[in-house]
Design a protein around this ligand. Structure first.
Ligand code: COA
Ligand code: ZN
Length: 387
């Protein structure tokens, strides 16, 4: 892994891309709470919204930008001076400007490539002139399916005009690691081509999850030297969404040693907040954050995990401030029951008694329920009274 970038910046776009999930909208006070948590966790950039979408979104971006967060607060904008004006009125320190570069798409905007690139350059120069310390990102939309020459042309002109970041958008989740359409090669080639032109903007990757490969592609881009990775809470976003923030952070911290300054133990609180106000439940088997992410169930697993959790865990739950758990149901064995009896302080350690409890636990489990510790106490009392 010779080309791994030692430090990567993290951009959260729950408040912008996440709100492109049909039906999802966060009130201003909830947006502020989400931004504060993202800031506490240590995100570098918080994309707070696209102010041109509604007045209320513009107000929310302004509120978040005014909080003096450690994170850089950003807005999204089309390649239009009017969008830039609205964003800058909000006081953002980061601006993402997007415009497609595929000829077929541009014909729908009644534009040729040269004209589109001129517009992009002008809008970037305009933004930079208004606010010289603004970090500007240019995204050639659907970059990976557009002509590479067009992307290089637009990216180079954007960098000349002052863009600090070029974002490679896999807008449709098209890339697949290990095939000829892979983000590792794409980012490597892009960096080489820009370097040949003496340009070195930071490279960001924005990966959609249409094939379930958003995270794999983002890591591919990172290994090739991408310096910024976009993600959102629960991977919320257009269609199948984008890279999930918690999984990305856990892998970057645990497996790539990419950061040591993040407060990952705040992630569960963030996820529950976003889940509650998006109205979207966190699936129980969701990695890292889901209720069952560190729960052992089958008897064989539980028996071994009770001796050493690493037998059936490759990620330490304490990384996000969580603990391993044991679930009791029809898959349980005697070890799980004995462990749970100990948890509730049961003094009867008789094997025959534990076997009767196990039988009852399996009976309940077959009805599609797990036995929690409160129900276990009822079972213990009931069976004790029977004997
Ligand atoms: N740069 C400049 N103009 C762009 C553009 C870009 N990157 N992408 C699209 N446009 C233009 C289109 O050409 C079209 O303009 P036209 O109607 O003059 O041809 C317009 O933006 C989009 O069409 P439509 O949505 O019908 O226009 P609208 O004026 O009613 O609404 C928004 C525009 C942005 C307010 C509205 O689409 C919206 O709220 N969008 C949500 C945010 C969004 O779409 N984000 C995409 C993130 S990738
Ligand atoms: Zn997107």
């Amino acid at each position: 892994m010779g080309s791994v970038t030692p430090k990567v910046s993290l951009l959260d776009t729950t408040l912008r891309e996440g709100e492109q999930t049909p039906g999802v909208y966060f009130d201003v006070h909830i947006k502020v709470a989400i931004a504060d948590l993202l800031n506490e966790i240590g995100l570098d950039i918080i994309e707070a919204g696209h102010p041109a979408v509604t007045d209320e979104i513009q107000h929310a971006v302004e509120e978040i930008a005014g909080r003096n967060l450690h994170a850089r607060v950003g807005a999204h904008a089309r390649s239009l001076k009017a969008d830039v004006d609205l964003a800058l009125e909000c006081g953002v320190q980061f601006l993402g400007i997007f415009y497609c570069v595929a000829e077929e798409r541009l014909t729908h905007h009644s534009k040729g490539l040269t004209q589109a690139v001129e517009q992009i350059s002008q809008v970037i120069s305009y933004a930079k002139a208004l606010k010289p310390d603004l970090v500007v990102r240019y995204t050639p939309e659907d970059a990976v399916r557009s002509s590479f020459e067009n992307v290089i042309f637009a990216a180079s002109e954007a960098a000349h005009a002052g863009a600090d970041v070029i974002s490679i958008a896999d807008t449709t989740g098209f890339m697949i690691p290990g095939t000829k359409h892979n983000l590792y090669d794409y980012v490597s080639r892009l960096k080489d081509e820009l370097a040949k032109r003496s340009l070195s903007p930071r490279i960001a990757v924005h990966c959609h999850n249409d094939r379930g490969l958003a995270l794999a592609n983002a890591l591919d881009g990172y290994r090739a030297g991408a310096e910024i990775i976009d993600a959102s809470v629960m991977g919320l976003g257009e269609r199948a969404g984008i890279v999930d923030l918690a999984i990305l952070l856990a892998v970057l911290v645990n497996d790539f040693n990419a950061r040591d300054d993040l407060r990952l133990n705040k992630l569960p609180e963030l996820y529950h907040l976003v889940s509650k106000y998006s109205g979207l439940p966190i699936p129980v088997n969701f990695p890292v954050i889901g209720e069952n992410a560190f729960t052992h169930c089958a008897g064989v697993h539980t028996q071994a995990a009770l001796k050493n959790p690493l037998h059936y865990q490759s990620l330490d739950p304490s990384i996000v401030g969580r603990k391993s758990k044991i679930a009791l149901d029809h898959m349980s064995g005697l070890s799980a029951v004995r462990y749970s009896l100990d948890q509730i302080g049961e003094e009867n350690t008789d094997r025959a008694f534990a076997l009767r409890i196990l039988e009852k636990v399996k009976e309940v489990g077959q009805r599609g329920r797990t036995v929690d510790l409160t129900e276990l106490k009822y079972i213990v009392r009931y069976l004790s009274e029977q004997s």
